[in-house]
Design a protein around this ligand. Structure first.
Ligand code: SAH
Ligand code: SF4
Length: 353
């Protein structure tokens, strides 16, 4: 299969063009077509010689994502389903003018992107893990979600969270290339401070990312303040238990200026005991993190449910009383299967029927 032209960073593209005997200025021309003019085909790059367009088209395709479906309204959360070249699906969610959940300014359009097809980590509450792992997205498929979402919505994305399908830190090389493309002035030119990577807690990769020179943000899917609770719902915790995870977070803090975020889904009778809130407050304080509480989004085929609103507020109250910056996200998008992996799962089930 030919490569994805949208996956190349500037230096790689320059290398390919030099091998083809092209002058150096061609690199800027091609990047301009890809990320600024945003053409739909190599043939539309009309200031390139026809012979070069032919050679590029023989070796590369563009983007690798085809829009299949949109759910949601123009003025609220929209969810896009994209089909990949191998027939698989990924999804991303555009959240307009969301409140400041990850430390960004309030009036921003946030896009939630996928990093893999499926997920190998098998958290018990999550639709993305239900069918296991299929494959990594390439850098162009990751960055391409931003291009397409901007095209479809007519809006500029100014905030990006890697909280769609997949575990971004299990696809670290492609994630880092995508981050380079997304932040580069020749690429999508979104500031690194407006990017948040979310992980279920891959300790070695957190340490590698901590050393990355760009000031990207990190969110941890914690969902349990003790090994006892976390072991039950997140298999990854058996490999990297809570204490090891928090050692890595202290290391992160020694390298990065941005505040960490701890994500905590509230699942009735599973992780919502008020004692967990007290321990969560201690954990958050120990790494100066803020906490986002998210009432569980029902997933078809899973039996979990969210606690009552009063209980969610009581849980939140304990964090607030402990002085932990925290939000209780009575989230947008509950009605359109906005939790990761849900739309794709429905489409694959429909295709199979
Ligand atoms: N794999 C990464 C990023 C993708 S998951 C991670 O786990 O962090 C993005 C977020 O969606 C995670 O915090 C995850 O726990 C949450 N999530 C998954 N299923 C959910 C559900 N049914 N309701 C609410 N949030 C959910
Ligand atoms: Fe994978 Fe994240 Fe879902 Fe866990 S929560 S199964 S790591 S996508």
């Amino acid at each position: 299969m030919p490569g994805n032209l949208h996956s190349l960073v500037r230096g790689e593209l320059a290398g390919h063009l030099a091998e083809l005997g092209e002058p150096a200025y061609r690199t800027g021309q091609v990047l301009d077509w890809l990320w600024n003019k945003r053409v739909g085909s190599i043939d539309a790059m009309t200031n390139l010689p026809a012979a070069l367009r032919g050679k590029l088209a023989a070796a590369f395709h563009l983007g690798g994502l085809a829009h299949t479906r949109t759910q949601g309204a123009d003025d609220s959360t929209r969810k896009y389903l994209f089909q990949l070249r191998d027939g698989r699906y990924v999804e991303c969610v555009l959240i307009p003018a969301s409140p400041a959940l990850y430390g960004e300014r309030a009036d921003r359009r946030t896009l939630c992107v996928s990093s893999q097809v499926g997920c190998a980590y098998g958290c018990k509450f999550c639709a993305s893990g239900l069918d296991g792992f299929t494959r990594n997205l390439d850098p162009g498929e990751i960055a391409g979600q931003v291009l397409l979402a901007e095209q479809l919505s007519g809006d500029k994305v100014n905030n990006l969270v890697f909280m769609g399908m997949g575990e971004p830190l299990a696809n670290l090389p492609n994630l880092l290339t995508a981050v380079e493309i997304i932040t580069a002035p020749w690429g999508l030119h979104i500031g690194a401070r407006h990017l948040t990577v979310s992980t279920s807690g891959l300790v070695p990769q957190i340490r590698i990312l901590a050393e990355h020179p760009q000031q990207i943000r990190l969110a941890i899917s914690l969902h349990g303040a003790t090994d006892e609770v976390r072991d039950r719902i997140m298999p990854v915790n058996r490999k990297w238990p809570v204490d090891e995870l928090f050692d890595a977070l202290r290391f992160w803090n020694s390298r990065k200026k941005q505040k960490l975020t701890l994500e905590y889904i509230l699942i009735e009778g599973v992780n919502d005991e008020l004692e967990q809130a007290r321990l969560l407050a201690q954990r958050a304080a120990s790494v100066h993190a803020k906490v986002n509480l998210i009432p569980y989004n029902t997933v078809e085929g899973l039996t979990w449910s969210r606690p009552g609103e009063d209980h969610c507020r009581a849980f939140h109250g304990i964090l607030k009383n402990a002085g932990i910056p925290s939000t209780l996200r009575l989230e947008k998008g509950h009605d359109i299967d906005a939790a990761c992996g849900q739309l794709r799962l429905k489409q694959e089930q429909a295709d199979a029927e």
